[in-house]
Design a protein around this ligand. Structure first.
Ligand code: DGJ
Length: 360
């Protein structure tokens, strides 16, 4: 995406990872940690509106539309923060990583996002839901909360479920004993009644229309994948743990030739780190870890970015999307979009490109 000059009629024809990405009016695109919905011949990009200087959410979730994925028109704020004191989404909360999916049965657009309550840092670890009859919105906030209260993950053994952990004994993190306890579900049990923590998140809609919420849980130590109800408005109660103790964030997913591929990051705040990749023949696993898929300068640190979404397009095409976080001015965090190739064995390969054209 070449920087658009304000008022210039010149259309952008290429994607410039890490470049200055402006909308068609010449304003910086402020849609971070986002995802793209394809609906009715248009693409809708939803993301976090981040302030120039402050940290917390002052505006909400923004939306941009495009027909060619290169030229983006600002559509406004799809989900606004609330001015009401005490609202879950009160101005000053933190809204991160919004994703929107369309439910063909209910004809509703459903937005899920990571929500942190105002003044509570990252302690709440909730998933928020909002809904709209149109892609752009405005979306109506429904509720927020943790995931699947009172329900154990499918892949926890009877022994793990029965174990009673003495929290005092596991106060010190990163000891071998603590690691073992985490792997066996120390935090799943701790949070069983309140529901599982949900921070960095993505959504994935399968070929059969079933949708899944993929999120960093258990103090960001373990990912979980939870099935959504048929209307996408809640969790069905069926969920698994992925890579226990693996410390993954920023989950993204694609499915190709019956194989599910997940690309995530490690947990280093806003600083880039080495990405991780996993595959599974079923969404319910077993999940196998592979080396990261990146090739080129900076590949070891995800080219300076952190994954946010994989856009699947017709014709077996996929675009990997990432954010280059700028913690001093989150608004000006940058974007990396790159095409995904596949090697002979079917593994995703993502090669750095200074610029590229969408040939599809
Ligand atoms: C890394 C996460 O991936 C981001 O979405 C954000 O939560 C930052 N951490 C906050 O430090």
């Amino acid at each position: 995406m070449r920087a658009q000059v304000k008022g210039s009629p010149e259309k952008s024809k290429e994607i410039v990872p890490g470049g200055v990405w402006n909308d068609v009016d010449g304003n910086y695109i402020n849609a971070h940690g986002g995802g793209v919905l394809s609906y009715g011949g248009k693409y809708y990009w939803f993301g976090e509106h981040r302030p120039d200087k402050k940290f917390s959410t002052q505006v909400g979730v923004t939306c941009y539309s495009s027909t060619d994925l290169c030229n983006w028109k600002y559509e406004g704020v799809s989900l606004s923060v609330s001015d009401k004191a005490g609202s879950d989404i009160e101005k000053g909360c933190i809204m991160e990583r919004p994703k929107v999916i369309y439910n063909a049965k209910t004809k509703k657009f459903v937005m899920w996002f990571h929500l942190e309550l105002k003044g509570k840092g990252y302690e709440a670890a909730r998933a928020g839901i909002a809904v709209s009859d149109t892609p752009v919105g405005p979306y109506r906030f429904i509720r927020s909360g943790r995931v699947n209260p009172g329900i154990y993950p499918q892949d926890m053994t009877a022994e793990e479920k029965a174990t009673v952990w003495d929290e005092e004994e596991y106060k010190e993190w990163w000891t071998p004993k603590w690691r073992e306890a985490v792997n066996k579900g120390l935090f799943v049990k701790r949070d069983l009644q309140s529901g599982q923590m949900s921070r960095d998140m993505g959504l994935f809609v399968d070929d059969d229309g079933k949708a899944y919420h993929i999120y960093s849980s258990e103090e960001n130590l373990t990912m979980q994948i939870a099935e959504l109800t048929d209307d996408y408005m809640g969790h069905s109660g069926k969920y698994i743990r992925v890579a226990p103790g693996g410390h993954n964030e920023a989950p993204t997913m694609l499915k190709r030739n019956g194989m599910y591929w997940m690309i995530t990051s490690g947990c280093t705040g806003w600083a880039p780190n080495e990405a991780r990749m996993f595959s599974a023949p079923s969404i319910w696993g077993p999940w196998t870890q592979h080396p990261h898929p990146f090739v080129g300068k900076g590949a070891e640190k995800t080219f300076g970015g952190q994954s946010t979404f994989i856009l699947s397009l017709p014709g077996d095409k996929y675009i990997f999307m990432a954010d280059i976080w700028k913690p001093d001015s989150l608004m000006y965090s940058g974007y990396i979009w790159l095409p995904i190739d596949f090697d002979k064995s079917g593994k995703p390969v993502i090669v750095w490109k200074d610029n590229w054209k969408l040939s599809f």
